[in-house]
Design a protein around this ligand. Structure first.
Ligand SMILES: [Zn+2]
Length: 220
């Protein structure tokens, strides 16, 4: 979604060469690495982030394969009709029993910036419509921000916050809480220009701060 800056050195062949080097380097450090990793996964975290190539979950959190379960889409949109996201969430919460679900947006998100504009970018307009809905919900505050970049940054934050609440509204998360499962949902924003993650401090670990209309009495 973001502008391409310049061609880089990556080619189809170089990816396979890179894999050879990764395997060789890794085995040199730990001959049992792949044997151990192949036994299974037990990640404590589900990451829902943007598909943007500059926001790789493991690298920016200094974690390794096996430590974060990941779902990514354009502009880290969380909507309750997305079967892909729901399947990942269900598996993460009910099978892997993750303790944290983190929605991570990023400043300079091309999807969010496109959603703020009026130019059609094709099929993806329908996906980004969800972010226009987020804008509508927070239009009173957003319209007051004169600087377009600052307004986009705030919309990135609101898009994450709405994602957090949309997760909390799912039967999957509410059922986990009703069953006494230890599960928290968080919202973060990553700054491409500094590499620093900002915790938006909107963490939720039970249904008490959800609007009553979104709270199920019992989830079967
Ligand atoms: Zn993005």
């Amino acid at each position: 979604m973001c502008a391409k800056i310049e061609d880089n050195h990556i080619t189809y062949e170089s990816l396979l060469k890179g894999n050879e080097k990764f395997v060789a380097d890794t085995l040199k450090q730990d001959p049992e690495y792949f044997n151990n990793l192949a036994k299974g996964q037990n990640p404590p975290v589900l990451w829902i982030g943007c598909a943007d190539s500059r926001v790789p979950a493991n690298q920016i959190t200094n974690t390794k394969p096996g430590e974060i379960f990941v779902h990514r889409n354009i502009a880290n949109v969380v909507v309750h009709t997305d079967m892909n996201m729901l399947s990942v969430l269900d598996y993460a919460v009910n099978v892997l029993k993750v303790k944290h679900v983190i929605v991570t947006g990023h400043y300079g998100c091309g999807g969010v910036i496109a959603a703020m504009g009026n130019q059609s970018v094709g099929l993806i307009d329908n996906w980004l419509r969800h972010i226009k809905d987020v804008y509508r919900l927070h239009a009173a505050e957003l319209d007051r921000i004169a600087d377009v970049d600052k307004r986009a940054e705030r919309l990135v934050e609101f898009n994450v916050i709405e994602g957090v609440y949309n997760l909390c509204k799912t039967t999957i998360v509410q059922k986990a809480w009703q069953n006494g499962q230890d599960l928290s949902v968080h919202g973060w924003v990553y700054a491409l220009s500094t590499g620093i993650i900002k915790d938006l401090e909107v963490s939720v670990n039970n249904s008490s701060n959800l609007g009553s209309v979104f709270r199920f009495t019992a989830v079967s």
